[in-house]
Design a protein around this ligand. Structure first.
Ligand SMILES: *Cc1c(COP(=O)(O)O)cnc(C)c1O
Length: 397
């Protein structure tokens, strides 16, 4: 099996198509799917050497697998990271990354506006293991500074954040964290690896739910963790090998194919989302539109500086609260009601009653999530059809 070393020097779009491919002796065009849990040894001496670490080879698919290794290498090249490990889901990546960097007695500081399950891990699970956790308003650097001054092992943020699309200044945050000796983990799902590179701003670890734009076609779950080789080999790998959050080789193969079209899709997602955000700002019955690509976004300038594009999520508030928001959702004919995102199909959700239902009303209010707020993941349909669907649902209610 040969690895294409030259691919490492190619431009990003070429890496998305070819990066990491290891061809078998059969010279297949597409990446091969190695649906195997284990591997066999020619002799007992080889098995001994492999377990001692003297022989670099595949041992067991909880540790590594050729199809997963191709996916990890392609992700690594695109992110510009030293090392990468894939996990079975995005939450597997978030939990593993957090646990690989913390122990009892440590402190974790995180932004308040997080994906619901990330919030659960930080506010409910970590404290059970003796890890103190604190939430701050992600955009308020004074709060970060005050909390980091008290000491922290780890910082966890999501930007743009779900569902309010607030933007955290990664450079400023990473500088503060570095002075405090804290490692920064960035959940980069909304931006995708193409629109934001947290490592360049000083982040230590980047995590993805590959379920979102990386697959982008609603087929599989997947997660990715990227960082330095030292972090991956010393902190992460011992944890993943023995706790088993491994990705399935089949899912890795699907995600490899997803990466090949990622740039085309993300570009179109951004174009469609901007067109829709501008359209929504003109419609009656809508209180507010939040989209990092609009001048009206409170951090439009920061978004432009930090991101290569505003991505596919548009959040807006329907006048009249939950009742009106529900009748709007129920009147849609093309856009599907779904809490997933980053899909080729346009999907819409009502965060207050779905992804953020577990929170107390005052916690939702603190995050800026109102009862009329809906989050639209703009898909790859003809944007005129999506506009018409929204228009008929707005006037028909
Ligand atoms: C979806 C998502 C996750 C969790 O990923 P899964 O693949 O569903 O486990 C984590 N963070 C963000 C921002 C997400 O959108």
């Amino acid at each position: 099996m040969t690895r294409d070393e030259k691919a490492m020097a190619y431009r990003p779009q070429t890496q998305l198509v070819r990066g990491g491919q290891m061809r078998s002796p059969f010279d297949e065009t597409a990446e091969a799917l190695y649906l195997t849990s284990g591997y066999v040894y020619k002799c007992a001496e080889d098995a001994e050497a492999a377990f001692k670490g003297d022989l670099d080879r595949f041992i067991y698919s909880r540790y590594a697998n050729p199809t997963i290794a191709m996916f990890e290498e392609r992700m690594r090249l695109m992110e510009g990271a030293e090392a990468c490990r894939a996990t079975g889901s995005g939450m597997g990546a978030v939990f593993t990354a957090l646990l690989s960097l913390t122990k009892a007695g440590d402190r974790v500081v995180a932004s308040r506006a997080l994906f619901g399950s990330c919030l659960f891990i930080i506010t409910e699970l970590l404290p059970r293991y003796g890890i103190e956790t604190v939430l701050v308003d992600g955009t308020d650097m004074a709060q970060w500074e005050a909390e980091l001054a008290k000491g922290a092992a780890c910082v966890f943020v999501e930007t743009p954040a779900n569902p309010t699309l607030e933007i955290i200044d990664l450079r400023a945050l990473c500088d503060l964290a570095k002075s405090a000796g804290a490692k920064v983990i960035v959940d980069n799902v909304f931006a995708t690896p193409l629109l934001q590179k947290p490592l360049e701003f000083g982040a230590d670890v980047v995590v993805y739910s590959a379920t979102k734009h990386i697959d982008g076609q609603g087929r599989t779950l997947g997660g990715v963790i990227l960082g330095t080789e030292k972090y991956v080999l010393e902190d992460l790998q011992p944890f993943t090998r023995h706790t088993g959050p491994a990705m399935s080789p089949f899912n890795a193969w699907v995600l490899l194919k997803g990466l090949e079209t990622l740039e085309l899709r993300v570009q179109r997602h951004c174009e469609n989302a901007l067109a829709l955000a501008q359209f929504l700002e003109q419609q009656p019955g809508i209180e507010r539109v939040l989209y990092p690509g609009l001048e009206s976004h409170p951090q439009a300038a920061l978004a432009r500086r930090q991101m290569g594009g505003p991505s596919s999520l548009v959040t807006f508030t329907i006048e009249g609260g939950k009742e009106r928001a529900f009748s709007f959702l129920n009147s849609l004919k093309l856009i599907d009601i779904s809490n997933n995102l980053g899909d080729s199909k346009s999907l819409i959700t009502h965060p207050a009653t779905t992804t953020h239902q577990r929170l107390k009303p005052e916690e939702r209010a603190a995050m800026g999530i109102g009862d009329g707020m809906v989050r639209l993941s703009v898909g790859l349909e003809d944007v005129e059809d999506v506009k018409e669907d929204i228009f008929q649902a707005l006037i028909g209610r």
